[in-house]
Structure formats: C-alpha cells, structure tokens
Design a protein around this ligand. Structure first.
Ligand code: M6R
Length: 609
C-alpha cells in the first residue's frame, strides 16, 4: 500500500505533491510527508495522520521547491510515528519515498550499520535511502546509484529519489508495485496512480517491472530490468477529474453506492456490444474457452465474495466445475492443478499482492490460462493474464468496495453465460433472456437505492449493537457475507454471515434478544427453507431484519422487520440485493460516527502480504 508522488517543474511543486497525496490517500492514511529541494537543503515536512495535517504544516513552514517527492503511508515496518513517516533521508543528501516491502531490509540494515550508517526509523525504506547514498557518494550519477541500490533489494518497491546536489533530476524505479511517469510541458511527474497527477497531465507511461527512470524537466529516460534503454508507450488517461470529486455527496462510499446504476449500465454496455461471445474477454478467448474443463477463481475480500456468487452461475449455467479460493490461502498450499482449469482472478485494484502471487503460483503449478476481472486498466494483474474483462465502474475511492463488486458480478455472469454458450448449454432463447435480465438490472438497482430512507431508519437500531448476523441461502449467501464484511469494515460492529441452514449447527447459540439478524430472503427456490430458519431465530428471541421482495409474502410482526426489495426474479437477484446491505452498513457507520471512507487500520489497495 502507500502512495507516492514526485514532480520536477519550473513552478513550485508543493501544491502538486499535496494534491497528489490527497488523491492517493486511499492507499494509506497513517502519515504523510513531502521533501523538496529548497536552495542548498532538502527540506522535509512529515506528520502522523492525514495529508491535510501535513499540508497545514507545510504551509506554516513555508515549504516550496521546484523538485520534490511525497508519500502517504499505510504502516507495515514500524509504528505510526513521525520518524517512520516518509520521505526518509540519508545524511540530508538523499531523500526517498517508497511503496512496497523490502524483504532483505534486515540484512541490508546490518550491512549499512557496519558501513557507518545510523538509522532513525524502524522502516524498511530507510535502507534504500542509505544504500543509494552509499553508492552515490562513491561517485557517478544518481541514476546509477539508484540502479546499483535497487539491484541489491529483494521484495517490492516503487520509489522516488532526489539528491541535494541534483536539482534537475528525479529518479524512480519500480518492481512489484505500480508506478507511472506523467509527461507535462516542461515538467514531469511520477505517481502510484494517475489520479495523483491528473490536474497536471493526462499523458502517462506505465513502468514495467524492473524499470528505472530519470526525469528532468524536459525529458524522461528509462531503462529496463536488463539495463537496456526502454521505450514504453504513452497513454492518454481517460479518468475524469469529476469522478475523483465528491460532488454533492458526503462520502465517496455514498457516491459510489449511488453510482451503481450508471456503473452497471456502462459495464453491461460492453456485454451488449460484444454479446455473450468469447471476444468479450480478449482475442485469445475464442481459442482458450472451448478447451476448458473447469474454472478456478482466486481473489480476496469482497472480490472473493464475487467469486463465490460466480460459482453458482458458472456451475448452473455453463455446467462446468468451478471452485473459489481465498488467494492468500491458495498460494501457500500444495494445490492440485488441472492445466485446463481457467484461473480467474478478481480484483478491483488489479494490484492486490495476495491475488497477484496466487496467480503466479497457479501458473507455476501448471494452469495454462488466466483471466482477470479488473476495474483498473493497465494494472499488474490483468497485465499478467491472458484474458481480461475490465469492469467499467470508474474510480472507486472509498475503502469499502461497492460499485466494483456489483460490476464484477456482471463480468462474472457474462463469463458464465459465455462459457455456457461455448459448451452448448445456453440456447439462443436463454441468451436473449439473460441479455434482457441484464438490461433491466440498472433499473432494479435504482429501485433498491430508493429504499434508503427505510434502511436509514433501521440503522439506528444497529448502531447500538455489538454484533450482527447475516443470513442468506444459495446465490444470496455470498451477499450475506458481503453485507457482514461491509458492516464490520466501516462500522466496526462484529458481524458474521452464514448460510441460513447452517445456523442450527452452531451459530444459533449466539442468538438472543441483543442479536440483530439480517436475512436476505427473495422469492427463490430456497425461500421456504429460509422461512424455517427464521423461525428458529425468532424462537430464541433474535430480532429479524428481512430484505424480501413482494413475492416472498413477509409481513411485519413482533421482532420481524421487513423491507420490500424490488421484484427481480432471476439469476441477477444477488446484485440487486447487494444494494440494501451496502446502504445498511453505510448508515450504521454514519450513526456511529466512524470514518466511512477511511476505516481504521485499512487501505484500499493491499499490496502487502
Ligand atoms: O482490489 P481487490 O479487489 O483485489 O481488493 C480485495 C480486497 O482487499 C477488497 O475487496 C476489500 O475486502 C474491500 N475493502 C472490502 O470492502
């Protein structure tokens, strides 16, 4: 995690760095800092807490410069303290910002101590600053010093480096963490993602693994991992600045929940344009999909729950085996690999380390093909995959994933139907029906959003509780899991989810009058079973909060509260029923006064183990 930004310009770069860090805050918000070259010194301002605090301190200290680097931190090595905040310096001559983890930092630390370097922080990053200094003071260019230093690091890094006596150079390097170069007019930039520099430029170069870059005001020189000059394509970013602003909303999570009809329409448009055809997943899909004997989904968190939902679709619609595994578990077990099982990774950010490593491991085990469902173009995971489906959710900034999840589900549904077609399991009539279901989905989601006042009324009751249970069955069990994750993530209420039939095998012991039990109970094949499970809860005094469509025929009664969800019979019902659980978590968190967009201890992009 962590976000880095850097700029070299003919104007004061501090406002650029600060704005960039605000946009990167989703990557970590434990501390923030900037370092600039100001006359004959490197000046640094660092603060524990949010970028806004550091911004205030930088203004007080009158910080300005034409060359600088900045960092927003999600703590890994060392606590949340100012000495551990980046940038880190070596002898006030070299300053470094770093995203990633240096695995051999302890070994390097001992070596550098032996060379006379003293350490001020507990971070792994400080070894980079000293190592660069070590090579730089031996003579040669800053670029060469960074090259020598990075070749001795193992682990993951995206770094920005400046030196006291190099006012015209900003050096950067990338291995395992995202980094791009932004090309301006007489000014150039580095950043963890394009949002950080969008006010300055849209022209970006995505660095490849092992690349090292030298930025001056007028140019950029890149070498690749083999020390060869690298010519990387220049992309024109289509991310809109408006998509990064709150607009009329109070929180990004609220905005992103309400953007779902549009995010879904945009994603569905891609499906409608291509139809349920292999081309939807890339050029090679027509050759790969017919060979498959199964699907293996790897993902984390909310994306994992999207995978669990997909399993129902893929097995029932395509008639092919599908198993779903938490990426961080899979990567450390001696798994059985059938080369003809398509590995499907699901990741909003496209840079989750556990998912990326699981993908690499699956390849090592012999899986021949990989498909990525991802929301961020050009990110690491799709680039390491043979096939890709990009969701069109737009930038998701709130740490709690919302519109990314529902659009992932659209991509996975399209995969299920496409596989079904390839395998002769989906008739032309089925296909037309599925397309029609998709067409109606944004409208149903909009209806679900209209339930907000009722859900808000419920939230007060939840806000005073310490625990909550979520129940669902079949296709709606993963949605119960997602509801529980959303609630615990942003309100800090302990919440668990179970398939309703599992209650009597243990969790029922938790149920008493203090336990709110949320039930997702649309009118599907398992409804009568769910109703019986609800009786079991009610008989133990548990209070039921039921999301049920009109056809479920639930009525309010003592201890049973019901919100009618839009009638959306059919396989896409899990997407519609995600909306109320998202809104419930949001309003409960508001009532409890937590930081909805930046919940404690978390970050949006999880690039550490
Ligand atoms: O970017 P990814 O989809 O790979 O992220 C995976 C999880 O870290 C993510 O879904 C996380 O669980 C969310 N914060 C949940 O809201």
């Amino acid at each position: 995690m962590c976000g880095i930004v850097g700029a070299i310009a003919a104007r004061d770069v501090v406002p650029v760095l600060v704005e960039g860090l605000k946009r990167l805050e989703y990557r970590g918000y434990d501390s923030a800092g900037v370092a600039v070259l100001a006359g004959d010194e490197i000046r640094r301002v660092r603060r524990v807490g949010r970028v806004a605090e550091m911004e205030g301190a930088a203004a007080e200290e009158n910080l300005h410069g034409l060359l600088g680097i900045g960092h927003t931190r999600w703590a890994t090595h060392g606590g949340v303290t100012e000495p551990n905040a980046h940038p880190h310096v070596s002898f006030d001559k070299i300053a470094v910002v770093h995203n990633g983890i240096i695995e051999n930092h302890e070994e390097q630390r001992q070596r550098l101590k032996g060379l006379g370097y003293a350490f001020e922080s507990q971070t792994d990053t400080e070894v980079i600053a000293h190592l660069v200094h070590h090579y730089y003071q031996a003579g040669g260019s800053l670029f060469d010093a960074v090259k020598q230093a990075t070749r001795e690091l193992t682990g993951a890094y995206a770094i920005g480096v400046i030196a006291l006596d190099r006012p015209d150079e900003l050096v950067c390097a990338r291995m395992g963490c995202p980094l791009l170069v932004g090309l301006g007019d007489g000014e150039n930039f580095i950043a963890s993602d394009v949002s950080a520099i969008l006010s300055a430029t849209r022209r970006v170069i995505f660095l490849e693994e092992g690349d090292i870059g030298l930025l001056t005001r007028d140019g950029v020189k890149l070498i690749d991992k083999d020390d060869q000059p690298a010519a990387r394509p220049v992309h024109l970013s289509d991310v809109s600045l408006a998509s990064l602003e709150l607009g009329p909303y109070s929180h990004f999570m609220q905005k992103e929940i309400h953007e779902q009809p549009k995010a879904l329409s945009d994603t569905i448009e891609a499906v409608q344009d291509a139809g349920f055809n292999a081309a939807l997943f890339g050029e090679a899909a027509a050759e790969i999909l017919p060979q498959l004997e199964g699907v293996k989904i790897l993902a984390c968190g909310t994306s994992y729950y999207a995978g669990l939902t997909a399993k129902y679709w893929i097995e029932s619609i395509a008639g092919i085996a599908c198993d779903v595994e938490i990426a961080s578990e899979y990567r450390y077990r001696a798994a059985f690999a059938n080369p003809k099982h398509l590995v499907v990774t699901i990741s909003q950010s496209g840079e989750t380390l556990d998912t990326m490593e699981a993908l690499k491991y699956a390849r090592e085990l012999g899986h021949a093909y990989a498909l990525s469902i991802c929301n961020v173009r050009e990110s690491a995971i799709p680039r390491a995959s043979d096939l890709v489906f990009y969701t069109r959710a737009g930038a998701e900034i709130g740490v709690a994933s919302t519109k990314a999840f529902t659009t992932q589900l659209v991509g996975l549904f399209a995969l299920a139907v496409t596989l079904g077609k390839v395998r002769g399991k989906v008739s032309a009539a089925d296909e037309a029906q599925y397309l029609d279901d998709l067409r109606h989905l944004p409208g149903s989601v909009q209806h679900a959003l209209n339930l907000e006042p009722q859900i808000k009324a419920w939230s007060e009751r939840f806000a005073v509780k310490d625990n909550a249970l979520f129940l669902g069955r079949g296709l709606h069990y993963p949605i119960a899991l997602e509801g529980a994750l959303k609630l615990k993530e942003i309100s800090y209420i302990h919440a668990e989810a179970y398939p309703a039939g599992e209650l009597k095998h243990g969790p029922l012991a938790l149920v008493d009058e203090d336990m709110p039990v949320v039930v997702i109970a649309p009118n599907d094949a398992l409804l009568e079973k769910v109703k019986s499970n609800m009786q079991e809860v009610r008989a133990r005094g548990g209070e039921l909060f039921v999301f049920a469509d009109a056809d479920s025929h639930f009525h309010e009664s003592d201890g049973v509260h019901v919100i009618r969800t839009p009638r959306h019979v059919g396989v896409l019902s899990p997407i519609v029923h995600t909306i109320p659980v998202q809104m419930l978590a949001y309003h409960v968190a508001l009532s409890r006064g937590t930081d909805v967009d930046k919940p404690r201890n978390l970050a949006k992009s999880v690039t550490v183990e």
